[in-house]
Design a protein around this ligand. Structure first.
Ligand code: ME8
Length: 700
């Protein structure tokens, strides 16, 4: 076993407040950190926020504040939540801190000095949402997230990533444990085998980033900036590198599966180029899904950790995330599943076992742990040590779900043992002495089983474990030596502490309560939306919308829907099939070419995401789309087949007129209409957003 352990979470973008997806990774890291510390390992747990880049700059602009004020606010929200949850990070790094900026500039200068950075020019597509260069033709959406990409034509600095193709492959070969799980490893290896192109690592078209040393019109690419946090937080590049010397290389970077490439290709290549040791392992976990799709700020299907903390407490959320989601795979979140798990495993399981055992010790032995007598709880005493070994191995392998499942077999077995032994019954065949001996053995055994479960579950349920430890009369669990949990460690004669409920049964309306809290905070607005809404009274906001949607000039501009709407006028993309905008305009306006705001609000424009796109047989121009509006899925027919290949549309977010009366085309019902720019003699161009928008959001 190593005597130090350095583990990290991704640093989270501050374009939106934390949700239980980001909480998941941070809780997993906290569990690992607590367990390592309990085993006596010198542990350093780092988390933080990723605050630079075009995405954040735009979010701040949208929120109407400076990027610094914006990032200060959202970063503080992350930190406040982690503190409220009692997460035991050792450092929280912000990429806008001087210590980080200094380190990143040093890294850039070092790579340049070592000949790995050169100046060139980049023309290609960029996905602002993923902050990634993508290899697609102009106009095509991002292959990762389906959002529109932007064409960049800039003078940039380049990193010689291509030089690391072979060294990386050799490294993966020599260190199979570097990327886990296996599926992610295979993806990364195939990606590198397919060939690496040099990577653009600076931008000139916006300002919110760390300037390139000596050439300040460039800012350093946000992923190079962000990845470096893992060493700048340890003081690399500062006058005091002692922490770096102690803790680097990282033992474990925990990341979500979507950012594996950045951590397993770019990051080791930067480190190799700098001549620094590489991290020992990167573990990519799956996604937390909500209502079947990835919980994310952009989809607007997030659940906030605060909601669960308020109703069931932090331990309930921690247990659910670790037990219900198989680490490495996607897992679903639902309030029903959460409450069910809580009641079955925590309230009726562990909590009830503790309560009945300790109450009986109170009743029959004046609250003092009895000395077990001759009768042996043979099966439990042999089963438990075996289970302990298995659970420890499963924790070590980060197989939390199975570790907890196995640990709970002790809870169930002990519960069964109590019920079968029925120490509360006075048996007529036993003398008082024998009865007392039986009770002493049964209750000692149950209390000892509880002690063992508690010691092992402490990293997952720190609050509950601390309470139970104190109730067992063992004092402060944080000071306890949990390295060895050998059977028989509980000393008879120990005076129990004050008893109290550990996991009260969830109230009947717990689910309802949580849903109401979420609704109160809905739509699950990105942080920047919250700032805007909080600052603008309703009338003022309505007035602003009025100006935005009814300008004097002919071109409508949808400021409220997002800055990124194309400047070209939005018109329906139904080709020759239908022309409902003219139809709608005629219906709305009886007074020349101007309409009133009331006329406009009759048109319900909404953001929808294309889920299915296919050609309609024998109709050259027509595509059949199935779109998701968040609250429903529907079919729309659109005359865009000559401009868009159906497969390029799946995942893309578009704008639709949602309240158009349905009509039949080629025997198929079309329920709504999508918007696109109709260019003179050209093909229709779909209206879309550069910003992140929720599905179902209304444009007004
Ligand atoms: O990618 N399920 O930041 P980010 C599980 N700043 N985990 C989730 C999740 C979900 N639904 N949603 C988010 C970035 N996560 C960069 C990282 S690191 C040098 C820079 C977790 O705010 C998961 O760990 O988009 C994922 O990788 C991370 O949050 C992405 O956070």
């Amino acid at each position: 076993m190593t005597d130090k352990f350095y583990l990290t979470t991704p640093i989270y973008y501050v374009n939106a407040r934390p949700h239980i997806g980001t909480t998941y990774t941070t809780v997993v890291a906290d569990v690992i950190a607590r367990r390592k510390r309990a085993l006596g390992v010198d542990t350093f747990f780092l988390t933080g926020t990723d605050e630079h880049g075009q995405k954040i700059e735009r979010s701040a602009e949208r929120a109407g504040c400076s990027p610094q004020a914006f990032t200060d606010e959202v970063s503080a929200q992350f930190r406040a939540l982690w503190d409220r949850m009692g997460l035991t990070y050792d450092d929280f790094i912000r990429t806008t801190e001087p210590r980080h900026k200094r380190g990143v500039q040093k890294l850039f200068a070092l790579l340049k000095e070592r000949g790995y950075i050169y100046k060139g020019s980049y023309t290609g597509q960029y996905c602002v949402y993923d902050e990634a260069y993508v290899d697609v033709p102009p106009g095509a959406p991002c292959p990762e997230c389906g959002r529109p990409t932007e064409t960049i034509n800039e003078e940039n600095y380049f990193f010689k990533l291509s030089a690391f193709e072979r060294p990386l492959l050799e490294f993966y070969e020599a260190h199979p444990e570097f990327i886990r799980p296996e599926t992610r490893r295979n993806e990364v290896v195939s990606f590198v085998r397919a060939g690496l192109k040099d990577l653009s690592i600076s931008r000139t078209s916006f300002k919110w980033g760390i300037p390139v040393p000596g050439d300040e019109k460039h800012v350093i690419y946000v992923w190079m900036d962000a990845l470096a946090n893992y060493i700048t937080a340890l003081g690399w590049g500062s006058d005091d590198e002692s922490k770096f010397k102690t803790y680097w290389p990282a033992d474990l970077h925990i990341v979500g599966k979507e950012i594996t490439r950045f951590h397993c290709v770019y990051w080791p290549a930067f480190l190799m180029a700098a001549g620094l040791p590489l991290p020992k392992s990167v573990v990519a976990h799956g996604w937390l899904l909500f209502e079947e799709s990835k919980m994310s700020k952009s989809r607007g299907n997030i659940v906030r950790a605060e909601t669960i903390l308020e109703v069931l407490g932090a331990d309930a959320l921690r247990y659910f995330l670790l037990r219900e989601v198989v680490f490495g795979q996607d897992g679903s979140f639902s309030f029903d599943a959460l409450v069910q798990r809580y009641n079955s495993d925590l309230a009726n399981g562990y909590g009830n076992l503790v309560s009945r055992t300790l109450t009986m010790i109170g009743k029959y032995f004046d609250g003092v742990v009895p000395e077990p007598a001759g009768l042996q709880a043979a099966s439990l005493a042999t089963e438990i040590p075996e289970t302990v070994v298995a659970v420890e191995q499963q924790f070590e392998a980060l197989d939390f779900s199975r570790a907890l499942e196995r640990l709970w077999t002790i809870v169930a077995a002990t519960d069964g043992y109590l019920t079968a032994s029925a120490p509360w019954k006075q048996s007529e065949s036993l003398t008082d002495e024998q009865q007392r001996a039986l009770r002493a053995t049964v209750l000692y055994t149950a209390a000892e089983a509880i002690r063992i479960v508690t010691a092992l579950v402490y990293p997952v349920l720190p609050d509950a474990a601390a309470k139970v430890w104190a109730q067992l009369g063992l004092g402060d669990i944080q000071k306890a030596d949990l390295k060895q949990v050998a059977w028989g460690g509980l000393k008879p004669g120990t005076k129990l502490g004050e008893l109290g409920p550990v996991f009260p049964r969830a109230e009947k309306d717990a689910i309802q309560k949580m849903k109401e809290i979420e609704e109160k905070n809905a739509p699950a607005a990105p942080a920047e939306d919250k700032v805007v809404k909080a600052e603008k009274p309703a009338e003022e906001a309505a007035a602003a919308e009025h100006t935005a949607v009814a300008p004097k000039q002919a071109e409508p501009r949808h400021e409220a829907g997002g800055r990124g709407m194309p400047a070209a006028p939005a018109v329906p993309a139904t080709g020759t099939v239908v022309n409902p905008v003219q139809e709608a305009a005629a219906a709305l306006s009886g007074s020349g070419d101007k309409i009133t705001i009331d006329d406009f609000t009759k048109v319900e424009l909404r953001v929808a995401q294309i889920k299915v796109a296919e050609r309609v047989p024998k109709a050259d121009k027509l595509l059949r789309l199935e779109v998701d509006l968040g609250y429903e899925q529907r079919q729309i027919l659109a005359g865009i087949a000559e401009a868009y290949a159906p497969e390029s549309l799946v995942g893309r977010k578009i704008v639709i007129v949602a309240n158009l009366a349905p009509r039949k085309l080629r025997g198929l019902e079309s329920n709504g209409m999508l918007l696109a720019a109709s260019l003179e003699g050209g093909k229709p161009v779909l209206a879309s957003f550069l910003e992140d928008v929720e599905i179902g959001a209304r444009l007004k």
